[in-house]
Design a protein around this ligand. Structure first.
Ligand code: AMP
Length: 363
């Protein structure tokens, strides 16, 4: 099958590499022929050749949400998952309203313009999220006092709309990734525990034991149906101190919290995405071993001792070949172990060897 991928980042890169073994051909649409996925694909198309790209492919999926509307409308056919879901994901406001209107548990929120934010009487800590291009903590502001509005006012015009949520004092952040085929059959990976720093995922591991597992699975399963997703759906949750799940956001594509599946699961999230969208049977989402993942954020291969890292048993390096920029996701390290405890211990060693800091007690 000829598979088209909108976006040429690392998610596309891993999808292509995992999909080679299934015998598929890959075409990538991205601004840059040097993007990670474009470099390993069978062909690259710039955005102004979207129709040609579309005509070449049997099925088109996406690995990036912020694709220009002109590109989407010139494809001339739908994507898998549908374009409608991608359009929802272009705006945090549309996404949260969809979740609320369909009865999913979310943190209380309102939609306010920049100038309305300055008139707000602050009774609780708030998180203001810019409507679009908001990922990895970008365009996101925690507001406890009027001074916290300063950077927001510097970066945004008076009429810009924000999703303004109550700050959730969560006990844990977790995610769950499901995969769904054309017949509506669903498989789910285990729940993973995720640790973010400054709004960016630093590490995660699975399985994470929680009494909420079946409720989380029900939510993901229902959401995949509501969104008519064929392919992957990753859902990020906050678990409140009272033990209730709140949906923070969803992603209809491979997800950073599922990179561990490359080494930890019988079938990786990338392979299962391809199985789903090309009509192959879904692969087992069972874990072979407890596994964790540490992101390489803004550090290059020269910044740490690769030999020392790879001498740890069960540790695998994935380097995306991107240009170094502060906090940018440049690669990741997967860490397998015989038990969750062993994974956590090894992850501490990995975090220390990469960032040179002690992470006392991987949670
Ligand atoms: P997001 O870009 O919405 O995924 O947010 C990135 C990270 O910021 C999340 O994973 C949380 O760690 C934190 N965050 C986002 N929204 C909230 C909130 N309402 N309350 C507390 N933390 C939040």
């Amino acid at each position: 099958m000829k598979v088209g991928i909108l976006g040429g980042g690392q998610l596309g890169w891993m999808t292509v590499l995992e999909g080679r073994k299934l015998g598929h051909e890959f075409y990538v649409l991205d601004k840059s022929p040097n993007s990670p996925a474009a470099r390993v694909a069978d062909g690259w198309y710039p955005p102004n050749r979207a129709r040609e790209f579309s005509d070449r492919c049997n099925v088109i999926t996406y690995e990036f949400e912020h694709i220009d509307e002109n590109v989407l409308s010139s494809l001339g056919k739908d994507t898998t998952p549908p374009l409608e879901v991608l359009r929802l994901k272009k705006s945090r406001i549309l996404e949260k309203r969809f979740l609320l209107y369909h009865g999913y548990p979310v943190a209380p929120f309102e939609v306010l313009r920049t100038r309305e934010l300055t008139q707000l009487e602050l009774r609780k800590t708030l998180v203001a999220k810019a409507q679009s291009l908001g990922y990895d903590g970008k365009g996101q502001y925690v507001i406890e006092s009027p001074e916290d509005l300063k950077p927001l006012l510097e970066n945004h015009g008076p009429d810009e709309e924000f999703l303004v949520e109550e700050f959730v004092d969560f006990s844990a952040e977790v995610s769950l990734i499901g995969v769904r085929d054309y017949e509506g059959r669903v498989e789910m990976y285990p729940v993973s525990f995720n640790y973010h720093r400054e709004g960016i995922l630093l590490y995660n591991y699975a399985p994470y034991d929680t009494p909420l597992e079946s409720r989380l699975k029900d939510i993901v399963s229902r959401l995949m149906e509501d969104l008519k997703v064929v392919g992957l759906l990753a859902v990020e949750f906050f678990i409140t101190k009272e033990g209730e799940p709140l949906v923070n956001e969803f992603a209809p594509r491979p997800h950073n919290t599922g990179h561990y599946t490359l080494d930890g699961a019988y079938t990786s999230q990338f392979e299962n995405l391809l199985r789903a969208i090309t009509g192959l049977p879904l692969g087992s989402t069972d874990l072979k071993l407890p596994t964790g993942m540490v992101n390489l954020l803004g550090v290059s291969l020269e910044d740490f001792d690769v030999k020392e890292l790879l001498s740890l048993p069960g540790v695998k390096l994935y380097w995306y070949g991107k240009e170094k920029r502060p906090k940018r996701k440049l690669g990741h390290v997967n860490v397998c172990g015989k038990s969750v405890e062993e994974v956590k211990e090894k992850m501490e060693v990995v975090l220390k060897s990469i960032y040179g800091e002690a992470y006392l007690g991987v949670e």
